[in-house]
Design a binder for this molecule. Structure first.
Ligand code: C5P
Length: 209
């Protein structure tokens, strides 16, 4: 049978990571959270004290990224995500990371990839494409609940402003802006449980198998 490639895109905090992991589990596919690759580049620059907008250094960092060695716990920090969206506007950085991501997707089984440009750029010929979204308010509320569940404290207005700024940067950049592929299935999870989103995604994917 041909490889099953599932492309999942959407803005920060829409729940695409959770959905991607569940689908990978269900269809027995390897999963790549491509956001981690941009985060790893940002983390490397932050560690070395190199400016985030400096293309030559960012390109050097991108070349060193090893997909087999991405540490989610280290890279999950809010500041790293923020920095990642700044290095993600550098076209040469994207070129290098996209090549690594395509390499990951190029296997007999197929794979689940989630990010911002999977259906549009990384895997335009994916078997199934999902664009997972939710209103900025809902995403901010979820993020706050997540922070509080981890015994942290957050401010709704600040979180909402962060989310809106990140959306603007990801949707407004010249290279590979966040947008649904023409053939993507839109999944608005604003008023949907994870279970319901998972179920709808399975229906979409099973429909094209
Ligand atoms: O999804 P995550 O929050 O980990 O992504 C961090 C940042 O990396 C995003 O805000 C985006 O700017 C960038 N990114 C991207 N293309 C991807 C995945 C992430 O530009 N495929």
């Amino acid at each position: 049978s041909r490889p099953l490639i599932i492309a999942i895109d959407g803005p920060a905090g829409a729940g695409k990571g959770t959905l991607a992991r569940r689908l990978a589990d269900y269809y027995h596919l390897p999963h790549l959270d491509t956001g981690l690759t941009y985060r790893a580049v940002a983390q490397m620059l932050l560690t070395k004290g190199w400016p985030l907008g400096d293309a030559p250094h960012a390109v050097e960092a991108a070349k060193l990224i090893d997909l087999g060695d991405l540490d989610r716990t280290v890279l999950s920090a809010h500041a790293v995500g923020e920095a990642a969206s700044k290095v993600a506007v550098i076209a040469e950085v994207r070129k290098i990371l996209v090549e690594k991501q395509r390499e990951f997707a190029r296997r007999p089984s197929g794979a689940v990839l989630d990010g911002r440009d999977i259906g549009t750029v990384v895997c335009p010929h994916a078997t199934a494409k999902l664009y997972v979204t939710a209103s900025a308010e809902v995403r901010a509320r979820r993020r706050l609940a997540e922070i509080e569940a981890n015994d942290g404290a957050g401010d709704f207005a600040t979180i909402l402003a962060d989310i809106m700024r990140r959306d603007e940067r990801d949707m407004g950049r010249a290279d590979s802006p966040l947008r649904p592929a023409a053939d993507a299935h839109l999944l608005d999870t604003s008023e949907m449980s994870i279970e319901a989103a998972f179920s709808e995604a399975r229906t979409v994917i099973d429909g094209v198998l």
